[in-house]
Design a protein around this ligand. Structure first.
Ligand code: SF4
Length: 304
């Protein structure tokens, strides 16, 4: 159904739409977040690194075009026919005045073979003017907007210091949906005080909101984050790789077929990773998920 996979992967979806390999290029647009610049707080989300959840993006000090050029030069030999989607990954990429946003997005779209934009942001950084701007990009390119919700649960919202409530997320998703802009929501697994029941509740909630895509990944404890300090004082249980693989397979089986799965495991910087160390071996986890799905004869949405 989805070529060699038992789930509806982003790779499959993009090949279907563009008829060729499409590669995401992560850039740092030089933005910040309301929970970092003092407008709502300082320090950001508890797990977030100083690079704003984008360890592999281009160099923030460089213009977007130079960041793209550097990354493409490394890929060109293997993927000479590839097209690109520019992923504004670090920090909140709709958190600036409209003129600045427009300049950054335009700079990305002007680059050769760029066929779309992926914009990561927060539920409270999508006001009417930003939605209006995004609508114009949605009309001229392939666009999706990612929101790092992580959990619908109040205690987790407070624990991660997200800085906005579920109603802001709901408002943002509904405005994006009304304008036919694709949405991707992030869900973090293994938050302290969450269990499988909580993950399923968050997942079902997101499905009801008619998201286009989803990213699932473990909570990463990275060096020099507030989560590292918390973990030293309040160590909490961390799933092992087998438990994670099994949980992901259970979740895949209740995700409707039309939802595009963008990520099943995270890939934080290896030098900064404190736990879970097994998550550094992304290939092992993805192979494990594929094997387990086959062993249990599960496919995306089969248990709905
Ligand atoms: S919103 Fe994203 S980038 Fe900003 S502090 Fe939270 S996790 Fe980091």
């Amino acid at each position: 159904m989805w070529l060699d996979k038992r789930y509806h992967s982003l790779d499959y979806e993009l090949k279907k739409i563009f008829g060729t390999k499409v590669i995401k290029l992560s850039v740092d647009g030089g933005f910040t977040c309301p929970t970092r610049d003092g407008s709502k707080g300082y320090g950001g989300c508890i797990f977030c690194s100083s690079r704003g959840s984008g360890e592999f993006s281009g160099d923030r000090a460089l213009p977007i075009k130079s960041q793209l050029k550097n990354q493409i030069s490394l890929l060109k030999e293997k993927w000479s026919e590839a097209k690109y989607i520019v992923y504004f990954q670090n920090f909140s990429n709709t958190y600036a005045d409209i003129k600045t946003l427009k300049e950054k997005y335009d700079e990305a779209l002007e680059f050769d073979n760029v066929v779309g934009l992926a914009i990561a942001t927060r539920g409270d950084c999508l006001d009417k003017d930003v939605i209006k701007l995004l609508k114009t990009y949605n009309e001229k390119t392939f666009l999706w907007v990612e929101i790092g919700l992580q959990s619908i649960h109040k205690h987790s919202e407070e624990f991660i210091r997200r800085g906005y409530g579920l109603e802001a997320f709901d408002g943002a998703i509904s405005a994006l949906n009304q304008n036919n802009i694709r949405t991707v929501a992030h869900l973090i697994l293994n938050l302290p005080n969450e269990t499988k029941k909580h993950y399923i509740e968050t997942l079902n909630y997101l499905v009801e909101k008619q998201i286009w895509g989803i990213k699932l990944h473990m909570l990463h404890i990275l060096k020099n984050t507030d989560l590292e300090s918390y973990y030293k004082i309040h160590p909490f249980d961390i799933m092992d790789a087998d438990a994670y693989i099994s949980l992901i397979c259970d979740l895949i089986s209740i995700i409707p077929e039309e939802i595009v799965i963008h990520r099943l495991t995270g890939d934080g910087s290896k030098e900064d990773l404190i736990a879970p160390l097994w998550s550094a071996n992304k290939r092992y986890i993805l192979n494990g998920i594929n094997k387990e799905l086959a062993k249990r004869n599960l496919t995306q949405g089969c248990n709905l």
